[in-house]
Design a protein around this ligand. Structure first.
Ligand code: SAH
Length: 456
């Protein structure tokens, strides 16, 4: 039977794909259904039938999953942030664990499965970093400023007054910015025309210290600065830093161009695993501090450090993993491409009186080759790349360094599985893995894997 657009079918959902769509089969073809949960029987309407994929809309739920719950966020399904608020947390963790195991088996061809998934204590208010897009509500009479997020696959900003996964400070900062814009008729930046001023609002709240940094991203200098500073200070007692980022680029990179501290410090501090970390706006910092601590402890446990090892921390950000491991290692070298993050990492070593750590600003693969030429032979390598994973060249450069153990931290099971397979062909056998839920409510899942060198 040929599947036709707009036709109705009754199906039972078998699983979930990596984007959070329920997956059912009709005549052997996989059909992706937004909002449907595994085990549910439903009537669906086919929206798109192409050679590669079939997408359907949920028309009627006939049998509900016992794990289905009512999402408690009014923006769910619109703002593009969360994917899993229509199921209980137990089901979310089950789906995430399956997804990692599925990727390891099907994409990596590996026998390895995760020993479990470590859930988060809170499904709400767990993010320490918020980035709102600033716009204006053209449908309302008053043309009020709005802050929110893009509707998936569109440039339409969904106004979100309170985002339940952000900190309360982030919601409050957004409220203040909206009022300031309305009060003084300050324009928002329109990405279509390139005209207007305020583009984004970036808020980082250190969960341990409570310190908050607010960065206003604008296409040019902003008027009424002192008013804004006064409003932010009055409304956010924890505020330590107000920064203006003048970003004149036409692209969609949020933080870019020049940075100017309008009030307070250039950066804030947080405490993780008992160490103090300086955080500049551009530096990467794990967005879920509670789970980051668990992740780092697991990674360091996998590294089996005794105090004598030389450690290479590739994709080190502000040096967090390497510095947390430094007391159990003889030497740590961290590598990172963002210059500000490297500066922070060096400063972080100093602040914590760590004298056996060095940081280099470079591409990870290139640094691995250079360090090897210089005679640095690490016993353990930590890898924590962005979602796209490692290039083949970098996998080769890492394996060429011949460490006894490699601990790979990944936020994308698919690229992880691909890279593990390549490492396996270079004599690195995956030994054990744990999944950690850093991003409750969303499809994203973190995995940490230990590989050991096996002599073939
Ligand atoms: N390990 C850190 C950061 C992980 S995020 C932490 O846990 O906080 C990944 C980091 O890799 C980012 O800081 C990013 O700037 C950096 N990065 C991206 N591409 C890189 C490359 N080719 N070489 C080195 N670092 C890179």
């Amino acid at each position: 039977m040929e599947l036709k657009k707009n036709s109705y079918h009754t199906v039972t959902v078998e699983g979930m794909n990596s984007e959070g769509f329920g997956v059912a089969r009709i005549e052997g073809r996989a059909v992706f259904i937004a909002g449907a949960l595994p085990g549910e029987k439903c009537k669906i309407k086919l929206l798109k039938v192409s050679k590669t994929a079939v997408y359907a809309k949920l028309d009627k739920l006939l049998e509900l999953s016992p794990n289905r719950i009512k999402p408690d966020c009014p923006y769910f399904g619109q703002c593009g942030g969360c994917d899993f608020l229509h199921m209980d947390y137990e089901e979310e963790l089950r789906i995430k664990k399956n997804r990692v195991n599925d990727a390891l088996a099907r994409l990596g061809g590996l026998g390895l499965t995760v020993s479990g998934i470590i859930g988060a204590p809170a499904r709400k208010r767990y993010r320490n970093k918020a980035i709102f897009t600033v716009s204006r509500d053209v449908t309302a009479k008053k043309h009020q400023a709005v802050t929110g997020f893009f509707r998936p696959r569109s440039h339409q900003v969904i106004p979100v007054d309170s985002c339940l996964i952000q900190s309360e400070a982030a919601d409050q900062a957004a409220f203040i910015i909206r009022n300031w814009m309305d009060e003084y008729a300050i324009s928002h930046y329109d990405e279509k025309t390139g005209k207007g001023l305020i583009r984004n609002l970036f808020v980082r709240t250190a969960f341990f210290t409570g310190m908050t940094a607010v960065c206003i991203v604008a296409a040019g200098d902003i008027p009424r600065r002192n008013k804004l500073i006064g409003l932010l200070r009055a409304g956010l007692p924890e505020i330590r830093s107000i920064i203006l980022n003048i970003n004149k680029s036409r692209g969609n990179t949020v933080l870019s161009g020049s940075f100017q501290t309008l009030w307070g410090e250039d950066s804030i501090e947080d405490v993780l695993c008992g160490l103090v970390f300086k955080l500049s706006p551009l530096s990467f910092y794990q967005i879920n501090s509670n789970q980051a601590e668990i992740l780092y402890k697991k990674a360091i446990e996998y590294a089996e450090l005794t105090g004598n090892e030389k450690v290479l921390d590739l994709y080190c950000g502000t040096g967090t993993i390497g510095l947390c491991a430094a007391s159990k290692a003889s030497k740590v070298v961290g590598v990172e491409t963002i210059e500000d993050a490297v500066k922070d990492a060096k400063e972080n070593a100093k602040r914590n009186n760590i004298i056996n750590a060095e940081f280099i600003c470079s591409d990870a693969g290139r640094a691995a080759k250079t360090l090897m030429k210089q005679g640095f032979h690490p016993d353990v390598i930590f890898l924590d790349p962005p979602r796209k994973g490692l290039s083949g060249d970098t996998v080769q450069a890492v394996a060429d360094m011949s460490p006894s153990r490699i601990v790979y931290i990944s936020c994308d099971p698919a690229t992880l599985a691909r890279d593990l397979k390549l490492f396996q062909s270079l004599s690195y056998e995956p030994q054990k893995a744990t999944a950690i839920d850093m991003f409750p409510g969303t499809v994203h899942v973190e995995t940490v894997v230990l590989m050991s060198r096996v002599d073939k």
